[in-house]
Design a protein around this ligand. Structure first.
Ligand code: BTN
Length: 153
């Protein structure tokens, strides 16, 4: 018991002695904004790591009016680590023959200031008419997301 005391103290502090989340914990659930100004809400992550959410992009290659679009994804477990994840956004304001879809993959980190950030990479696939046009169908890029509540600090 005497030997266990320092270990329990370390665990107590790391696991949030003051009601704060553990210092390494990064949760996907909540509202996020990225470096382009796009907004994303991730609903509760299920026990198996699956989640759903909504995405409102600030930019678009489509001439259509931007509308909120659904996303579905999955994260690796355990959720209290800094998990890797992936999700797909089904752009419901783009329609045939110029529909598009984006897949994001990334990792949820706690940065040096103790704030959660999502570092992601994405592929945006747009519909093209034939395999000859395949070369121009996919854009690739990076986005960093911050919790919206942290941006208001
Ligand atoms: C489209 O233009 O076909 C649909 C909208 C795509 C928005 C892209 S997805 C990757 C990048 N990150 C964002 O937040 N928005 C753009």
């Amino acid at each position: 018991m005497v030997q266990a005391t320092p270990l329990l103290l370390v665990l107590f502090l790391a696991l949030g002695a003051h009601g704060l989340p553990p210092m390494w914990m990064c949760k996907l659930t909540g509202q996020w904004q990225n470096d382009l100004g796009s907004n994303m809400t991730i609903d509760e992550v299920k026990e198996n790591g699956d989640f759903t959410g909504k995405y409102f992009t600030a930019v678009s290659a489509s001439p259509e009016e931007i509308k909120e679009s659904p996303l579905v994804g999955s994260q690796r477990l355990p959720y209290w680590s800094q998990p890797t994840f992936g999700f797909t956004v089904h752009w419901n304001f783009t329609s045939s023959p110029i529909e598009s879809i984006t897949v994001f993959t990334g990792q949820c980190f706690v940065d040096d200031n103790g704030k959660e950030i999502l570092k992601t990479m994405w592929l945006l696939r747009s519909h093209v008419r034939s395999p000859r046009d395949d070369w121009k169908a996919t854009l690739v890029g990076y986005n960093t997301f911050w919790r919206k509540e942290d941006l208001m600090d």
